[in-house]
Design a protein around this ligand. Structure first.
Ligand code: MG
Length: 249
């Protein structure tokens, strides 16, 4: 955790803020390895969408989604009620935009284990196309803790590691509060995330430091009140089912 304090301290320095805009910081500078979240046994909570939910994937088709880059029809596979990343075809995003939300989704790492660390069962759910809750096969797979499953990528490791073995279903239940900006674009309140992984609380109202970045320090810039939800193609055939959300307020 020591490193977190170091980074938070650095962010307060004006000189560092301009420095952090550049790509001079190697990605390793924002990856930390201790303490390692305790492993717990938990199983996916498979919930039926509440009657007021917007169902984004019910097992049938990708009509609510489009290619993240060019808006074309997504090329991910839908088979037997399961959606699977078609590696290399690009991330997908919802046609509709959302702000504050309760989100439920279930995901599964490939049963056949290939590679390690960040290369194993990597995907992610980007809320507002900006704030990533990491999806990774974190069952006996070490990586930086703020990049393992259920981390807020490069910002907050999960409180515990509730991952099930590859090939089994995980669930995320997420409560997201969007950041608020004043009319001049100044941040009034940061984005906040609460996450349950397989029913266990792993992120408790965490205040994000800004949108997810791979290198450098996150920084807020004003954005719309509602933006699409995005699922990441990170080159691994991660599967999804039962995706729904409820708009809050
Ligand atoms: Mg990811």
């Amino acid at each position: 955790m020591k490193y977190t304090y170091f980074l938070v301290g650095l962010c307060c320095l004006p000189a560092f803020q301009s420095f952090s805009q550049s790509t001079n910081i190697p990605p390793e500078a924002t990856e930390f390895y201790e303490p390692v979240p305790q492993k717990i046994a938990a199983s996916a909570v498979n919930t039926k969408a509440p009657s007021d939910a917007i169902v984004l994937f019910d097992g049938n088709n990708l009509s609510a989604w489009e290619n993240e880059k060019d808006g074309s029809k997504p090329k991910w596979k839908v088979e037997d009620g399961v959606l699977t990343v078609n590696p290399g075809t690009g991330s997908i995003k919802t046609k509709e935009s959302f702000g504050d939300m309760q989100l439920h989704l279930e995901w599964r790492s490939p049963a056949e284990v290939k590679s390690e660390g960040q290369g194993r069962g990597n995907s992610g759910v980007y809320i507002m196309n900006k704030y990533e809750v990491q999806i990774l096969d974190s069952y006996e797979n070490d990586t930086y803790t703020n990049g393992q499953a259920a981390s807020i990528y490069k910002q907050s490791p999960p409180l515990v590691n509730a991952s099930v073995p590859p090939g089994e279903w995980n669930s995320y239940d997420i409560i997201f509060i969007a950041p608020r900006f004043d009319k001049n674009g100044a941040l009034i309140s940061p984005a906040k995330l609460t996450v349950f992984h397989n029913g266990a609380l792993v992120q408790n109202n965490f205040k994000l430091r800004g949108p997810t970045v791979y290198t450098g320090i996150p920084n807020y810039t004003q954005h719309q009140e509602e933006l699409p939800l995005h699922l990441q193609d990170h080159g691994n055939p991660v599967s999804f089912r039962n995706i729904w959300l409820r708009k809050l307020n």
